[in-house]
Design a protein around this ligand. Structure first.
Ligand code: NAD
Length: 239
């Protein structure tokens, strides 16, 4: 019998936020494909593909594989990314380009390759940016630039791919991906400084993504959703 379930691709889905998104969508009845350059962690209820999403040929192969195996693509969650925190003078061009490649160029490569499948499915794309698209700590130039670019790429894609494909962005704040809250290694102030009273959890992002790729978000495209417990709404002048 043909499998009629919707298909989602989650990049960087082997751990952290991507893993929570993959688990949530699988639990909601989606067929999930996880693409990650490091698939070391235990398997989810998903098909795992080892893939560097900053590599053009690897992305083409990934999408061709989905066309052949799953035969459709209803949602792309472009989540893979990483940060290099280094003083500007020490940041090499290769490091800058590696961060831009994974955090920004990958979304261009993925959406370009998947456009026919996404249009055919009247699908949705969610990019995972960061509140660092709009505010910074020192020594984070490549990361902030990549996430600012990703927010802009999101609305550009929304305009180009509509009306068939909706494209939205989630910008998380501090998300505890290493279980530090459960392990007791976060300080009370880490939680209390947030207007929401706590540090974020991967499931906070997953819930928002699940809504964005679903039918209730049908009138939402080109938008950025901040899930940061209110941190970027707080004035932070010294007392
Ligand atoms: N954790 C946070 O507080 C936070 C806050 C804001 C934004 N984000 C963003 O959320 C996303 C997920 O972050 P996380 O905290 O879960 O990180 P993580 O390091 O726990 O997981 C990221 C995953 O992406 C994969 N990955 C990285 N580069 C890749 C590439 N080129 N090709 C394929 N896979 C690649 C890694 O192997 C890893 O499994 C990132 O884009 C990150 O910038 C995280």
């Amino acid at each position: 019998m043909r499998d009629e379930r919707r298909v989602a691709l989650v990049t960087g889905g082997a751990r952290g936020i991507g893993r929570a998104v993959a688990a949530r969508l699988a639990g909601d009845g989606w067929r999930v494909v996880v693409a990650d350059r490091d698939l070391a962690s235990p398997a989810l209820a998903a098909r795992g593909i080892a893939c560097d999403v900053a590599d053009e040929a690897a992305v083409a192969q990934l999408i061709q594989g989905i066309a052949a195996e799953e035969g459709r693509l209803d949602a792309l969650v472009s989540n893979a990314g990483f940060m290099i925190r280094k003083p500007l003078a020490a940041l090499s061009l290769a490091e800058w380009q590696a961060v831009l490649g994974a955090n920004l160029t990958a979304t261009f490569l993925l959406v370009r390759a998947a456009e026919p499948l996404l249009r055919a499915a009247r699908g949705a794309v969610v990019t995972i940016a960061s509140t660092r698209a709009r505010q910074s700590e020192a020594d984070t130039e490549s990361y902030s630039a990549s996430k600012g670019g990703l927010v802009a790429l999101t609305h550009a894609l929304a305009v180009s791919l509509g009306p068939e494909v909706r494209v939205n962005c989630v910008s998380p704040g501090w998300i505890d991906t290493k279980g530090e809250a459960a392990a007791g290694s976060l300080r009370p102030v880490d939680h209390a400084q947030h207007p929401a009273g706590r540090v974020g959890r991967p499931e906070d992002v997953a819930g928002l993504v699940a809504w964005l790729v679903g039918p209730e978000a049908g009138f939402v495209t080109g938008a950025e959703f901040v899930t940061d417990g209110g941190m970027t709404r707080k004035m932070s002048y010294a007392e």
